[in-house]
Design a protein around this ligand. Structure first.
Ligand SMILES: *[C@@H]1O[C@H](CO)[C@@H](O)[C@H](O)[C@H]1NC(C)=O
Ligand SMILES: *[C@@H]1O[C@H](CO)[C@@H](O)[C@H](O)[C@H]1NC(C)=O
Ligand SMILES: *[C@@H]1O[C@H](CO)[C@@H](O)[C@H](O)[C@H]1NC(C)=O
Length: 352
């Protein structure tokens, strides 16, 4: 009897564990007027619903209606990207004398961790409380998409006060040093996901330098001032106001100003959509932010029949510098066993 009983318990527990690991679901965080939805597929941010200055609620995040639509998408809508976000030039790097070849999914380069990066795996739901937080975790294995060593990863989305959302990303290498560079790839449109393009949003970005790229969007290794270039957003101005001086819009890493007090987060940006009055502020502990104006979006069929065209959203992906594994002058992204990677983001949303 005892044996049959424990066998049944084993079956029930293992099927529970199995279903917990495999099922893709939607998790909502809600407090007052603020609500947001997430899924354990790619640890993805699905929606953020905010009041405008009149109290009208809109979803300000681009995405799809169904979680299944996020599988095989090429936009990375709302996903956590990794193990190494952004591009790795030539899909390879050398670490401690060993050459690692990563999956080349963007021409001959690696983009956002390879063709099955963290944005395309099912995460485990570790903890969920509707009024406070949801935590997803993922165990990345040695050699996954070419990266060295096992890596334990977690992402927590957390409501703070009534209008703040915090994101905490952590990663622990278990047996080998590895590069880690996670990023949240949300496409925002503060007028509402279906309100057209983001050209008239006003942006202030707290970076005086960028890391220029070549024709394949791989950093050249230079770090240059934005002064007197269309990249200068140190004073707030409309995102579209200098598009005529750029070939495709923005897709570039900014070097963020250091916070005056070293333990404090750095301010990244303030974005305002003046018609609806919504304002988004962002802080991080990361040294860089990729500013992207969805230049590659092309008639993407999204939520509620909306077709997202070019520049329908903007991304502010806080992270380390792109291709840092191949540029010794960029801040290192190598994390050693017993070390820990911690990435914080704090958003504050208001409307006036
Ligand atoms: C996604 O792509 C994989 C392989 O490329 C395929 O096996 C799978 O069916 C696709 N999933 C969806 C939902 O299209
Ligand atoms: C690494 O992960 C594999 C499974 O993916 C496991 O078998 C192995 O024991 C892990 N090694 C360490 C040191 O965690
Ligand atoms: C979906 O679109 C219809 C019309 O296009 C609109 O009336 C409705 O409010 C939209 N629903 C949501 C949830 O945005």
């Amino acid at each position: 009897m005892a044996n049959i009983f424990s066998f049944c318990v084993f079956i029930v527990l293992s099927s529970l564990c199995f279903s917990k690991a495999q099922h893709v679901k939607v998790y909502e965080l809600k407090r007052g007027y603020f609500s947001a939805k997430f899924t354990n597929y790619g640890a993805t941010m699905l929606s953020v619903i905010l009041p405008d200055k009149t109290g009208k609620l809109d979803d300000v995040v681009l995405g799809y209606d169904l979680v299944n639509d996020y599988k095989n998408d090429t936009t990375y809508f709302g996903a956590i990207v990794g193990r190494v976000a952004n591009r790795i030039g030539g899909a390879k790097f050398i670490l401690n004398g060993v050459t690692y070849k990563t999956d080349a999914n963007d021409g001959k380069n690696t983009l956002h961790g390879g063709s099955k990066g963290f944005s395309d795996v099912i995460w485990t739901v570790k903890s969920y409380k509707k009024h406070s937080h949801v935590t997803f975790s993922y165990e990345s294995f040695d050699g996954e998409e070419g990266f060295p060593g096992n890596l334990s990863v977690s992402v927590t989305y957390m409501l703070l006060h009534k209008n703040k959302l915090a994101v905490k990303m952590m990663a622990k290498p278990l047996n080998k040093p590895t590069p880690v560079n996670l990023a949240l790839h949300t496409y925002w449109n503060l007028g509402g996901h279906n309100s057209g393009d983001i050209m008239s949003h006003t942006l202030k970005l707290f970076g005086s330098k960028i890391t220029p790229v070549d024709s394949e969007l791989i950093p050249t290794g230079e770090i240059v001032p934005v002064r007197k270039t269309p990249y200068d957003f140190r004073r707030p101005r409309e995102i579209g106001s200098k598009f005529d001086q750029l070939p495709h819009g923005y897709d570039i890493n900014y070097v963020l100003h250091k916070s005056r007090r070293s333990r404090h987060l750095r301010k990244v940006a303030v974005v305002v959509e003046s018609k609806c009055g919504r304002k988004m502020e962002l802080w991080t502990n990361m040294p860089g932010v990729q500013f992207y104006t969805s230049n590659m979006l092309k008639n993407e069929k999204g939520k509620n029949g909306t077709v997202y065209g070019k520049h329908a959203g903007f991304c502010l992906e806080t992270q380390g510098f792109p291709d840092a594994v191949n540029h010794p002058n960029f801040p290192s992204q190598i994390v050693k066993p017993r070390g820990i990677y911690k990435h914080f983001m704090v958003y504050r949303f208001t409307a006036h």
